[in-house]
Design a protein around this ligand. Structure first.
Ligand code: GAP
Length: 463
């Protein structure tokens, strides 16, 4: 079995659950699919929104040193020249001449030879593939082209006549939009260094070997911060952000034991970085990058200042020192967060009665549905009472109403969605105004009076 198939297999139960329960669908499925694109179904959309809202609340609204931005996807083409992406944002590709399959050369070497190819030149990679008689994982032939560079930026044309002069690039990172608005923010927001600008938005990369479900896709969302500092402070600020990123992982409920740091060796740093540490996560297909933290120095602001002929400086209000700020950049992928959360939360639990239940143990702050409300029976007066309670709770939380099937089945449906609490309205409710509150993880049930329901749930959901 090839490595590629093993990777698919380890994610299969999660991919199947995502499709079956409306988290993630293959893109353009009715047209036979469109490779490496995905659609986030109703629960996936809620999950993504919860991740982004919580991130914004944590890193923008709860801090006095941060402001938000929503910049454009299409930036002036010169910006990509200045940032170095036009020249340097490449992957090394190699083609099998026999079956025409195309591979990222570093991935091919890793997959077939089990060797790390990061930092190798295209010539060195070609030599490795030839010298070690690498076989094509698709057809088995030993007949590869030379490895060559391939720019990852998608481009489009700004007018109807397509000439080179009209090319615009879809941003491969949200970061650059922040650098382009650095001056506007300093001029309009009375920010004082150190301060950060946060942005959530789409990024596009023409990844040649995407895969592992939504781990590596061609269209994805980033949550990025460019944190502007005085050069002297970079080591301290870097460490503070590393801790803040770990804290975020804990906040969203990722198991601590599955999150690790990976320091990039000097020779493998991006063109703009002096230090990069990735937070890597133990995905079912192996330990892989979840987030990144980079010390981008003053590279971007200096280059944009040079290419735009605009001063991008900061004047210290006390000392009047003028300088180009340095930047610490914590970056978080939304899709990777979502995939890590799904992998972390997914469990096939063996129950005492011999049955197996599939459960997503999402932290309440992340769960797409917080509370499900069930009338024991569809009929009145239970239904009326259940709808009344549902309306009250729905005004506060994402709730779901389910009246079909046996209660046990309804619990299982909610377990698969990761709903932390289910409420059942039964005949006792009519007698004594209490409902059954069932906990997803322990499956324990307790009676709670209707008048206390909101406060009891508020307390439980805030844990
Ligand atoms: N501004 C810096 C930057 O873009 P990066 O490591 O290339 O750094 C940042 O990307 C984050 O974006 C990654 O840590 C990952 O979470 C996410 N990411 C990158 N490429 C991705 C892809 N093809 N599909 C899904 N997420 C991706």
């Amino acid at each position: 079995m090839s490595h590629a198939q093993t990777i698919q297999d380890s994610l299969k139960p999660i991919v199947a659950l995502c499709k079956r329960r409306g988290f993630i669908y293959p893109g353009s499925e009715i047209y036979g699919g469109f490779a490496n694109t995905y659609s986030f179904g109703p629960y996936g959309a809620e999950l993504k929104k919860n991740i982004k809202d919580l991130w914004w609340k944590t890193f923008v609204r709860s801090r006095r040193d941060m402001v938000g931005l929503d910049g454009p996807i299409l930036l002036h083409p010169k910006a990509w020249l200045a940032s170095g992406h036009l020249e340097g944002f490449n992957d090394a590709l190699i083609d099998c001449k026999a079956c025409k399959s195309r591979f990222r050369c570093d991935h091919l070497i890793e997959e077939v030879l089990g060797e790390d190819a990061d930092g190798l030149s295209v010539e060195e990679m070609t030599a490795k593939v030839r010298g070690q008689h690498v076989k094509c994982p698709k057809c088995g032939a030993q007949d590869f082209t030379d490895a060559r560079h391939f720019n990852l930026m998608f481009h489009t044309h700004m007018s109807k006549t397509s000439s080179d002069g009209d090319i615009a690039y879809l941003r491969p990172e949200t970061a650059q939009a922040i650098f382009l608005d650095y001056k506007n923010i300093v001029d309009t927001m009375r920010v004082k260094i150190p301060f950060g600008v946060a942005q959530i938005g789409k990024a596009f990369r023409n990844e040649i070997t995407p895969g592992n479900f939504v781990f590596r896709v061609i269209e994805f969302e980033q949550m990025e911060i460019e944190y502007f500092i005085h050069e002297n402070a970079w080591e301290k600020v870097f460490d503070e952000w590393l801790q803040a990123m770990h804290k975020w992982c804990e906040l969203i409920g990722l198991k601590k034991s599955r999150v690790h740091e990976k320091e990039h060796p000097k020779e493998q740093l991006s063109h703009y970085s002096k230090r990069t540490v990735d937070l890597v996560y133990d995905f079912p297909f192996g330990r892989s990058e979840l987030y990144g933290l980079a010390y981008r120095t003053d590279f971007d602001l200096k280059r944009h200042a040079e290419y735009s002929c605009t001063k991008l400086e900061y004047t210290d209000p006390e000392t009047r020192e003028k300088f180009v700020p340095h930047v610490i950049e914590p970056t978080f992928g939304v899709e990777r967060t979502l995939l890590a959360l799904l992998c972390d939360a997914y469990e096939e639990e063996q129950l005492e009665n011999g049955e197996t239940r599939t459960v997503l143990r999402f932290a309440p702050c992340i769960a797409p549905v917080k509370v499900a409300v069930f009338p024991l029976m569809k009929k009145e007066p239970l239904a009326g009472k259940a709808e009344e309670i549902f309306a009250q709770l729905q005004a506060i939380w994402a709730c779901e109403y389910d009246e079909s099937g046996a209660i046990g089945k309804r619990y299982r449906r909610q377990d698969e969605l990761g709903t932390p609490y289910c409420i059942t309205i039964d005949f006792d409710t009519l007698e004594n105004d209490t409902v059954t509150l069932r906990d997803r993880d322990s499956m324990k049930q307790e009676r709670v009076t209707v008048k206390d329901l909101v406060s009891v749930l508020s307390e439980k959901l805030s844990r």
